[in-house]
Design a protein around this ligand. Structure first.
Ligand SMILES: Cc1ncc(COP(=O)(O)O)c(C=O)c1O
Length: 392
């Protein structure tokens, strides 16, 4: 018998939303429902062929099966520096300003251990990716939620940030392109936040997992493009969505040298680097696959146009998302987000994510992920047309 079931920090964690949705989905499937899963953001599109070829070729070699270096092979960091410069016109030192990750979620979770002490405070967007809260709780820190409101284009309100911040506030999170709100930020917003972070001596963490899924000829900007970006900020990037490589688990932390070095120290003690053939494949993605990245984005573009137009034709007034592969939609009158998600699963066999799972300010919305094949999305629309809902 153990003395206790789990550590207090584990007991304090809210159940991981996507794990819970998986459970609900599983019981519907077991009950014989033909479920259309628009819950988790896991792209169904194939990664670039060059990436797959590169993995196959390098995995056959003899000298690639040992531990890699903690900070990845230098060619990988150099390839990311090249991609970043091409994409954002910002130069990064591959040795001190870039750290490969086992997916960006890993770095997002571990940066808390590197940067905050128990009792410190962390500014967290609401609604936002649940790992910001989980990471804070696991490090014994206190999340301070700031609202992303529709009337403010889902951008932070500086006055609210000022009000919330105390001398114990050590870190702040931003995420643009934003999951779940699909909003984009502009350089003025980033400059204001960089100034705020500098004044308050806060480490600004910017999550750019969706950097390449942006529509209508726009491009997402990096926080490191701001004048004080590298001084106050660390940014998290990922190959998961940009190259449809979620399962491959490759991401990068870039920016402030001290923050990168503290994160590297945590990782040196907890993991042993990325499998070398995966690093070789990631190099191919970063050097050869800009066109594939565009192809992936344009596949989501067609889906969002078709899906949102059809929702509107069916009477559900939903705006066209400017970025990401999500649709962030108001629930119809008379439902909260959990009730509406449950209703959609029961009546239409569609899994979507209740907005409240991303924070209190997500209440009143559901998130639908366009990562199902086109024909399933069309089927989802047909089913939605058949349910008995007054959308007005
Ligand atoms: C906002 C956001 N950040 C980070 C991640 C993590 O991505 P990965 O760990 O695959 O790089 C996700 C995954 O869905 C996400 O939605």
């Amino acid at each position: 018998m153990t003395k206790q079931i789990a550590a207090r920090r584990i007991q304090q964690l809210p159940p991981y939303l996507f794990a819970r949705i998986d459970e609900i989905k599983r019981s519907a499937v077991e009950a014989g429902v033909d479920v259309i899963d628009l819950g988790v953001g896991d792209p169904d599109l194939r990664p670039p062929e060059a990436v797959i070829e590169s993995l196959i070729e390098s995995v056959r070699k003899d000298d690639v099966h040992h531990y890699s270096s903690y900070s990845g092979i230098s060619e990988l960091r150099e390839a990311f520096a090249g991609w970043f410069k091409r994409r954002f016109q910002v130069s990064l030192d591959p040795d001190s300003e870039i750290l490969p990750l086992l997916g960006s979620k890993e770095g997002i979770g571990h940066i808390f251990l590197a940067q905050v002490n128990p009792g410190d405070e962390v500014l967290v967007p609401d609604p936002g990716y649940p790992v910001y809260t989980a990471g804070a709780v696991m490090a014994g820190a206190v999340p301070l939620f700031f609202a992303l409101r529709e009337e403010n284009n889902f951008l932070p309100d500086l006055e609210e940030l000022e009000r919330l911040t105390s001398p114990r506030t050590k870190m702040m999170w931003l995420n643009y392109p934003s999951n779940p709100t699909t909003a984009l930020a502009n350089v003025d917003v980033f400059e204001d936040i960089a100034q705020f972070a500098r004044e308050k001596e806060i480490l600004l963490c910017h999550d750019m997992a969706y950097s390449e899924i942006v529509y209508d000829g726009k491009k997402a900007i990096s926080f490191l493009e701001t004048s004080q970006g590298k001084e106050v900020g660390i940014e998290f990037h990922s190959l998961s969505k940009s190259f449809s490589m979620c399962g491959w688990r490759i991401g990068f932390a870039v920016g402030n040298k001290e923050a990168i070095s503290s994160l590297a120290k945590v990782k040196t003690n907890l993991d042993s680097g990325i499998f070398i053939p995966l690093q070789m494949a990631a190099i191919s993605a970063l050097i050869e696959c800009d066109a594939d990245s565009k192809r992936i984005c344009s596949a989501f573009d067609s889906r969002r146009t078709m899906f949102v137009r059809s929702l509107n034709e069916a009477g559900w007034n939903v705006p066209l998302p400017p970025s990401t592969f999500y649709v962030w939609a108001h629930v119809p009158p008379g439902y909260d987000s959990m009730e509406f998600s449950t209703y959609l699963l029961k009546e239409a066999g569609i899994v979507c994510t209740p907005g409240v799972g991303f924070g209190n300010h997500g209440e009143g919305f559901v998130r639908m992920s366009l990562t199902a094949p086109d024909k399933r999305l069309v089927e989802a629309i047909e089913r939605l047309k058949d349910v008995n809902i007054d959308w007005s």
